[in-house]
Design a protein around this ligand. Sequence first.
Ligand SMILES: Cc1cc2nc3c(=O)[nH]c(=O)nc-3n(C[C@H](O)[C@H](O)[C@H](O)COP(=O)(O)OP(=O)(O)OC[C@H]3O[C@@H](n4cnc5c(N)ncnc54)[C@H](O)[C@@H]3O)c2cc1C
Length: 410
Amino acid sequence: MFEWSQEQLMVRDAVRRFIEAEVVPHIDELEHGDLPPYDIVRKMQATFGMDQLARDRFAKQLDRKKNGQVETDAEREERAGDGGAAAMTLIPIIELCHYCPGIVTAMGVSLGLAAGTIMKQGTPAQMERWGLDLLTFDKVGAWAITEPGSGSDALGGMRTSARRDGDEYVLNGNKTFITNGPYADTVVVYAKLDDGSDTPVRDRQVLTFVLDRGTPGFEQSAPFRKMGLHSSPTGELFLTDVRVGRDHLLGETEGTPQGGRDSAKGNFVTERAGLAAMALGLIEECLKLSVDYARDRMLWGQPIGDRQLIQLKLAKMEVARLNVQNLVFRHIELSAAGKSLSLAEASAMKLYSAQAASEVAMEAVQLFGGNGYMAEFRVEQLARDAKVFQIYAGTDEIQVTHIAKDLLAR
Ligand SMILES: Cc1cc2nc3c(=O)[nH]c(=O)nc-3n(C[C@H](O)[C@H](O)[C@H](O)COP(=O)(O)OP(=O)(O)OC[C@H]3O[C@@H](n4cnc5c(N)ncnc54)[C@H](O)[C@@H]3O)c2cc1C
């Protein structure tokens, strides 16, 4: 794949029209954190029939789970078609990121991480209880692994505990930086099993639980104030003697010792590939705004676009756009072939795209001069939003470790 197909371009244009009508008029409210993004996402789901598609997909996944089936490569290829499935997921992500990467973050965490984990690890009853409402976005989900004392060492450093008490588990701990944390109805929480043995906390088994908003002992903070990404609410979760039955433990079994660890790592590839699509949208927008500004801004009787130093900035932005677009196209092609990126490839894709988006957005601010520093000209918001790409879903430094580990193991 080296360019979008006609059908994909038509979808892109329809998504653009939706964004111009439903997102752009609310940018200020979203940016000031006054408007949580959820109603916009629901409207988008309904406009493009994504909620019905989610229902259909849910029914098939549930059926497969009930019959104990695992999707074969052939079925996966058939589902992927001409790469359409991945492309149709990524196009709205790219387009929304022209304006609002925060909406994509809030949406991606709920649909991809929270619903995705429940659909993968849950029993049929758990899928029915929590999965469908999340997939249709009737309910908002959060996915909580990070803690104040862990972060990049998310699994080893985790201290949130789950102690068995008769038929129940008692959960205690804190989670922080949780996307949708303040508003989520359904939260996937990772915790270490405290079975009273003397296994060091670092090595204890990781379990995955689902908590409902309003469960006694479970508190959700107000949104944090942040540098950017204001349209994605982020907060803390506090668990104080939260009692849940085994029906809240995903899979309803403590399973293999690595269960929860594998579940967390299983999300890395999709999350990292999705981030490259986010970076592409943001880069495309910064480039477009910069080219327009370079044409219009007159100094010494000439547009600044006539100056070679400005041309160099535009050229470097275009190189970044092409490279990130090619990475996204490669991911779409692989999906169409029923294949997926390795963890090292997804990490390389995320590392490059996140850095490219940050650099392009900061250069756009520079090209705009004083106007670049003013909110009205929008590159200021995009630069603040782009920075988080280098931090969440694994920092730049952590991507480097995953790439290097793979190279050195060959
Ligand atoms: C807006 C936002 C939304 C988020 N949403 C979620 C969410 O929904 N759910 C969730 O669970 N988490 C979420 N996170 C948390 C995010 O994944 C973490 O912030 C991230 O993994 C980094 O952890 P940390 O902030 O604790 O930094 P730390 O791990 O403390 O890192 C500090 C610095 O040390 C560096 N460092 C760490 N380890 C190494 C190493 N081995 N070698 C070299 N350098 C290293 C890091 O790269 C970084 O520069 C979110 C974060 C943000 C900012």
